[in-house]
Every structure is written in structure tokens, then in C-alpha cells.
Design a binder for this molecule. Structure first.
Ligand code: PLP
Length: 224
């Protein structure tokens, strides 16, 4: 496989290419390198190549893997992209710089309490169950207006909306729908984001307004 630096450069070039027709700026798109299941020695080449934003989906795995890497690359930002249990909220608030999976009132309550305790406010994306799939996390679309009011009242920094479209379907309509939901709920402007797009569809996501793309396989190769 080509070098880590080459893979990053290739994705960044694709981001820039998709930004152009959409009249967007490449620096408004954050590439999150999804390092879940990857051992430290697979992550290090990306750190050495300058990548500083990583995504993990498990609290325990992050606790095991990242402290040693963070010691050497302290400016690295960690994003939690997986579902979070309320009883792990305190650990999550300590470990992560951004959380992408805020999706229910019980978790909101646990995170607000954990942030108060830690004296640290972690921006959170509200995950939307964009394909209305029973087995998936995310706030149901019809519950989104009420949930967003709860988030705003809870004094948790709202980072934007996140989605994970149904597998094996064209993602574009779901990305467009998420963007529309964000706009309809006043989630627009500088601080606001759309976390959408993975290895297979990040280019489409960028075209449709993604500010955060979560890319694993295209950077690390297929997960073992
Ligand atoms: C694993 C994962 C990704 C990355 O998927 P790839 O197809 O490997 O790029 C992105 N988002 C979430 C929520 C994930 O769990």
C-alpha cells in the first residue's frame, strides 16, 4: 500500500476537488481518521504524516490505545463516533474532544453531569437516525425538534448533526436530508457542522455540505 502521507494527500485532493463546484473551502472540511480496531503501530504513520484528528468508537479501546500516543502527539484531537452508554459518559468527557453520538435524553443528562464534574465542555453532534432504522442509534427524525431544545437548554455545546445512512443504499439523499434538517433547525453558520460521509461516500458528502468526514478504510486499509 502507498504511504500514509500519500493516502492523506489523495483524500485531501478529493476534498478540494469536490469543494470547488460546491463553492466551499477545503479548510472547512475536517478529515477524521477513523482508527477503530487499528493498533498503535498502524496509527503512528498517520501521526508522523501530520494527521491530528482521529475517530474511535469505543471508550475502553481509546483508553487502552491513546494515552501513550497522546503523550508524543499532544495536540491530537479525538472524536467519539460510536454509540455511547450513559454509564461511560464521564470517561468519554475526559478522553474525547468531540462526541458525534448524542442521541437521547438520558445520555444528554449523563453528559451534562459529566461535563459539570470535569469542568470541561465537549462539543456534541446530535446523531440522527436518518434512515429510520430500528437497529441503529440516533435520534428519530420526528423527535429531533424536542431533543434539540433539550440540548440547547442543557448548555451542551452543539456541534451540529451527524448521520450514518443505511448500508448498501445510495447515501446522497440521506446526506441532503441531514443538511436540510440542520438548516430547518437553525444549525447553520460558523460553529455548526454536518458529520457525514465515510470511505465509500465522503466525496458526495463534501459536495452536500459535510464539515466532518469520518474515513477509516481509505486511510488504513480494510479492518481485520
Ligand atoms: C467505522 C466508521 C466509519 C469509517 O468507516 P470506513 O468505511 O472504514 O471509512 C465512519 N463512521 C462511523 C460511525 C463508523 O463506525
Amino acid at each position: 500500500m502507498e504511504s500514509a502521507a500519500n493516502r492523506i494527500a489523495e483524500i485531501e485532493a478529493n476534498i478540494a476537488r469536490m469543494c470547488k463546484p460546491a463553492r466551499r473551502e477545503p479548510q472547512d472540511v475536517t478529515l477524521i481518521a477513523v482508527s477503530k480496531t487499528q493498533p498503535a503501530d498502524r496509527i503512528e504513520p498517520l501521526l508522523e504524516a501530520g494527521q491530528r484528528v482521529f475517530g474511535e468508537n469505543r471508550v475502553q479501546e481509546t483508553q487502552d490505545k491513546w494515552p501513550a500516543l497522546l503523550e508524543r502527539y499532544p495536540e491530537t484531537k479525538l472524536h467519539l463516533i460510536g454509540q455511547l452508554q450513559s454509564n461511560k459518559a464521564e470517561e468519554a468527557v475526559e478522553l474525547f474532544d468531540v462526541i458525534h453520538s448524542l442521541d437521547r435524553p438520558s445520555l444528554l443528562k449523563a453528559l451534562a453531569k459529566a461535563m459539570d464534574k470535569a469542568g470541561r465542555r465537549v462539543p456534541c453532534f446530535v446523531q440522527v437516525n436518518i434512515g429510520d432504522e430500528d437497529q441503529k442509534g440516533g435520534c428519530r427524525i420526528e423527535e429531533l425538534p424536542v431533543f434539540l431544545t433539550l440540548v440547547r437548554d442543557a448548555d451542551i455545546p452543539l456541534a451540529g448533526l451527524m448521520c450514518l445512512p443505511p448500508a448498501d443504499t445510495e447515501a446522497a439523499p440521506f446526506f441532503a436530508f441531514l443538511a436540510k434538517l440542520a438548516e430547518g433547525h437553525g444549525i447553520v453558520g460558523e460553529q455548526m457542522g454536518l458529520s457525514m460521509g465515510m470511505s465509500a461516500d465522503y466525496e458526495t458528502a463534501v459536495q452536500l455540505g459535510a464539515t466532518h468526514i469520518r474515513v477509516g478504510t481509505a486511510l488504513f486499509g480494510v479492518r481485520g
